[in-house]
Design a protein around this ligand. Sequence first.
Ligand SMILES: NC(=O)c1ccc[n+]([C@@H]2O[C@H](COP(=O)([O-])OP(=O)(O)OC[C@H]3O[C@@H](n4cnc5c(N)ncnc54)[C@H](O)[C@@H]3O)[C@@H](O)[C@H]2O)c1
Length: 317
Amino acid sequence: MKIIVTGGAGFIGSHLSRKLIEEKHELLIIDSLHPYYSPERKKRQLSFVQETGPVTFVKKDLLADEDELKSLFHSFKADCVVHLAAIPGVSHSLSVPNEYVDYDIKATINTLRMAGESGTKKFIFASSSSVYGNTKQAPSMEEDAKGEVVSPYAAAKFSAESFCKAYASIYDLDLTILRFFTVYGPWGRPDMAIYSFISKLMADEEIPIFGMENKRDYTYIDDIVDGTYKAIVKDVTGTFNLGNGKPVSMERLVEELKSHFPSLRLQVTDRRLGDVTSTWADIGEAKKLLGYNPSITFAEGIRRTVQWMKEHEQNSF
Ligand SMILES: NC(=O)c1ccc[n+]([C@@H]2O[C@H](COP(=O)([O-])OP(=O)(O)OC[C@H]3O[C@@H](n4cnc5c(N)ncnc54)[C@H](O)[C@@H]3O)[C@@H](O)[C@H]2O)c1
């Protein structure tokens, strides 16, 4: 297949792109190397993709470079567009909410229009578990997202999902929305808890815990790539949770890290504004329709992540 991956220099995008190259798809990555975290790190992630095989990379911004991108979409004629580009991060979204309207909503609209106008059939959108807010339903099923969100990031993702549906109807796109649940693993995003905790532990620093009562359905990157790949190649559309289906308490995360860093020290403070207390994916639909079956246990995922960070991130960004 001919596939465009927006945000392909990012954490999830670089892993997914490697899989697409390995499976011999023709790949075009569009990424602006946005400075939400180090563009140098994103270049390293791109090299990690490029060492797998042939790929075309275009450094363009889906918000600013519309004319050039339009002609690129028309000449490439993708069968499928996987739209991962966004600024992520719940707590950052409280500081600069309007940027989330730009990067997470407007850039999605631009991408949908370019895909639709250039004849793309399939569109995959990266949404987030945050769209469930502090739902009382646990685990969260796809129909439980009602817009009752608690951060600007989640509001932007929920809104972007609606725009996806509108343009799927306008252009007759085969739309799949994937709601990712806290993804971790090698090349993990530096702003996320697991990466930042391990970095601090490697530097023998205390780790800051924002709310000991929090639970997250941490999902290993290989499982996310596997679920996303299945959504690309299978003849199925819809909205699917991609999680591990097993929420992990903060205590359990600390215990797991302690087995790798026995002298671990904590600094516990209050939960941050905008954070939900718990996430837990019902993955029944994804299992049934996509054949998604997450296979990496939390202990194994943490072991692999710690090992990778010790080997690669001594001088972390
Ligand atoms: N990592 C997670 O746990 C998680 C959970 C839920 C949802 N998501 C979603 O999955 C997607 C990928 O997340 P990630 O963790 O890989 O983040 P990431 O920041 O590593 O990757 C996003 C990429 O998009 C690029 N980008 C941003 N705006 C752009 C624009 N206007 N034009 C071109 N490129 C642009 C960035 O440079 C970056 O490389 C995002 O949409 C994110 O909201 C991630």
